[in-house]
Design a protein around this ligand. Sequence first.
Ligand SMILES: Cc1cc2nc3c(=O)[nH]c(=O)nc-3n(C[C@H](O)[C@H](O)[C@H](O)COP(=O)(O)OP(=O)(O)OC[C@H]3O[C@@H](n4cnc5c(N)ncnc54)[C@H](O)[C@@H]3O)c2cc1C
Length: 299
Amino acid sequence: MYQGICDIIPIDRVKFDEPMSRHTTFQIGGPADILVVPNSVEEIIKVLRYCQEMKLMLFVFGLGSNILVRDKGIRGVVLKLGEGLKTISIKGNQVEAEAGVRVSQLCRVVAREGLSGLEFAEGIPGSLGGAVVMNAGAYEGEMKDVLSSVQAVNLKGELFEFNPEQMQFGYRSSIFQTCEYIVLSARLDLKTADPEDIFATMKDYAWRRREKQPLDMPSAGSTFKRPSGFFVGPLLEQLGLKGFQIGGAQVSTKHAGFIVNAGKATADDVLRLIAYIQEKARQNMGVELHPEVKLVGEE
Ligand SMILES: Cc1cc2nc3c(=O)[nH]c(=O)nc-3n(C[C@H](O)[C@H](O)[C@H](O)COP(=O)(O)OP(=O)(O)OC[C@H]3O[C@@H](n4cnc5c(N)ncnc54)[C@H](O)[C@@H]3O)c2cc1C
């Protein structure tokens, strides 16, 4: 039924019934009907037109480090940018990078050029596109602090350029979470500094992550957004939930703010654990916890 997609994207970059557990850092998720990896803006626009003609739902993935895919998988097309569109160009303090670039790679490239401002993102295991959409942040920094513009395409294939105000950044949120745009590339405004100092800061952040976070286990990072006045990890510890497990989904024993896949976890296990934690936090502490992780797929 879907063979027409191969007239648009070469067959080696199209997969049918692809288990999404292979494309999420949680290593969880049922199959997507079609997964495509476009290598250019032209190919993205062709996929958008194909989806419109065939009346198929489209889901955009970066590197799947903030996504939980339900066990029944995804009906429609997954367009994965984390593997395509990866160029970086630097002119003075301005960096232009495509959405498929790994944030960790971008951090290293700009550090070598003596450009400071992106150190906070060292260790965030996503693509630049995903980091823009999520307004990813750590160690007092956020993507919004360094972005001067973003190029995106809407579902009709029309191109737009967004300035910082238009991007409506908030805590782990941006206009791009309306799912009406695909982020193609971003321009970053950085400051000149000594590469040695930049690398030293990055090294310190990487060390702090290794010390605190369960990086040896599959997860999607912090499960919940930080509620005002609380830190999620200590809050869940106080509730006695550290190490609590439903099926294969576990509140990390190293950092309670992370749910980890302790082995063969299903999305259903994770969702039941999330609901359990939310209920406990509401009942015992009067705190509403909202997931940071994006949930997709057939219910
Ligand atoms: C161990 C670990 C540590 C983490 N630490 C941090 C941290 O310190 N700070 C932090 O903020 N996050 C952290 N995260 C979460 C995650 O890495 C970030 O949210 C990251 O920015 C997501 O990027 P991604 O490419 O994986 O996006 P995905 O997870 O693939 O996608 C996230 C959302 O963005 C959308 N999206 C992705 N790319 C595009 C695009 N090009 N156009 C339109 N929509 C798109 C998706 O549809 C989805 O809604 C961590 C995750 C893990 C596993």
